[in-house]
Write a protein that binds this ligand. Structure first.
Ligand code: HEC
Ligand code: HEC
Length: 370
């Protein structure tokens, strides 16, 4: 009898807890129709020589949407204990990475992979994440909130926090024309985040200024490093083969390769592109990510296992570890640079891809600190 009463009591507490958390029950409906809904188009400037950006028809970029996305990106309200925002793991000064080998989420939990740069993310068309398992920024943005290693929150809780928040009520009205606060959805959150991230275009590096002929030349080592990167040093230096997988102007072929990081046994224990497609030919493959701002985004690779650019060049010059599926362009002691001066030139070229305008651009800064 006594335990029964305790149980009932517990259920009642749990139930009242449920009621409290249920946005439909307790929270007042706030009519927002007196606030004007008149979004202005935000045109994302596409730099010369860049491809067009594919923007989904159902999520046009607007100034109101981008601003909302920027607030959400920097707001820890998205996490269970208000300690983590997207920007915790995607810091502007590090080209929106976090400087760690594996990202650290809520309660100090260490994730499985290294954070990824968001520079020029709007141009990625063949899947996001290291294994390409999500197809769009709108879908990607739904993931971190419920990931137990990242924000570990439930979407209904996030939505409730936003629905009762006077500033967000107005911002969602202005961006998406909702009639009242109860119409805020996670899809709108994701759309706003996607809009903001598409504006993160990086094209202000020394390399960009050189190809746009705004500056006349790279210095000699940088220029020779570029020739090795693009396989056109004419035999004077060892060509690196890099541009096959990290093609200019985005410095990614937006495709998946096995670059010799894992043995067959390690691949079998790791989630790689194979786990997304099921094709044996995708064993051990990862996305050949963009090398823009690469000097800012150490440590390197999906697992953050290479600490510096020196380590990366060393990896390619030794061919990494052998495995069944390793790409033909990553031969052991192959075409990649081997002498100290060749390695140095290649790194000097990679340093020309750093865009300090991008990492200082006020449009991407934390809006809560401005
Ligand atoms: C705890 C750290 C952490 C948080 C918080 C976090 N991310 Fe990430 N992000 C990562 C990691 C790690 C990856 C790579 C994950 C993978 O491949 O499985 C990633 C990948 C991404 C990518 C894919 C980039 C690409 O090139 O494919 C995007 C976009 C992104 N995050 C946006 C966001 C947004 C938006 C938020 C907030 C809603 C967010 N992230 C929150 C760590 C984090
Ligand atoms: C066969 C395709 C291929 C070639 C050739 C290649 N890469 Fe890569 N690269 C990749 C892939 C795939 C990854 C991601 C691998 C991973 O994370 O497991 C990568 C990752 C990198 C990274 C780390 C990126 C980051 O954000 O962590 C750097 C730096 C890099 N490559 C530089 C180079 C250089 C320099 C060359 C030429 C010497 C080169 N790559 C040649 C496919 C290639």
């Amino acid at each position: 009898m006594r335990s029964c009463i305790i149980l009932l009591f517990t259920v009642l507490i749990a139930f009242s807890g449920c009621r409290k958390d249920d946005p439909q029950v307790d929270d007042p409906i706030v009519d927002l129709q007196n606030i004007a809904y008149n979004p202005s188009a935000h045109t994302i400037p596409i730099p010369p020589l860049f491809p067009q950006m594919v923007i989904p028809a159902d999520n046009p970029t607007t100034q109101e949407g981008v601003l909302l996305g920027r607030f959400l990106f920097y707001d820890p309200i998205m996490s269970r204990d208000s300690s983590i925002s997207c920007a915790t793991c995607h810091k502007q000064e590090l080209s929106f990475t976090d400087g760690l080998d594996k990202s650290i989420g809520i309660d100090g939990k260490v994730g499985k992979r290294s954070s990824m740069s968001l520079a020029n993310i709007g141009f990625a068309n063949r899947g996001l994440f290291w294994d390409g398992r999500v197809s769009s920024l709108e879908i990607q943005a739904l993931h971190p909130v419920e990931d137990p290693n990242e924000m570990d929150e439930k979407w209904p809780n996030v939505i409730r926090k936003l629905q009762v928040h006077p500033t967000y009520q107005q911002m969602f009205r202005k961006a998406f024309g909702i009639k009242n606060n109860k119409e805020i959805t996670k899809e709108m959150v994701a759309k706003a985040l996607a809009q903001f991230q598409r504006t993160m275009v990086s094209a202000g590096s020394k390399y960009d200024k050189f190809i746009r002929q705004e500056i006349l030349d790279l210095d000699n080592d940088e220029f020779e490093g570029m020739s090795m990167f693009n396989d056109n040093s004419g035999g004077a230096l060892k060509d690196g083969g890099c541009a096959h997988c990290h093609s200019p102007v985005l410095f990614t072929a937006d495709n998946y390769f096995n670059n010799g990081l894992l043995t067959d046994a390690q691949q079998a224990m790791t989630q790689t592109r194979f786990n997304v497609t099921g094709f044996n030919s995708d064993m051990g493959k990862f996305r050949a990510v963009s090398l823009r701002n690469i000097a800012l985004t150490a440590p390197y690779m999906h697992d953050g296992s290479l600490a510096s650019l020196d380590d990366v060049i060393e990896h390619y010059s030794t061919g990494g570890v052998p495995s069944t599926n390793v790409d033909g362009l990553i031969p052991e002691h192959g075409a990649v640079p081997t002498s100290a001066s060749e390695k140095d030139k290649l790194i000097k070229f990679l340093n020309t891809l750093t865009d300090t305008e991008f990492i200082n651009n006020p449009a991407f800064k934390n809006p809560f600190e401005q």
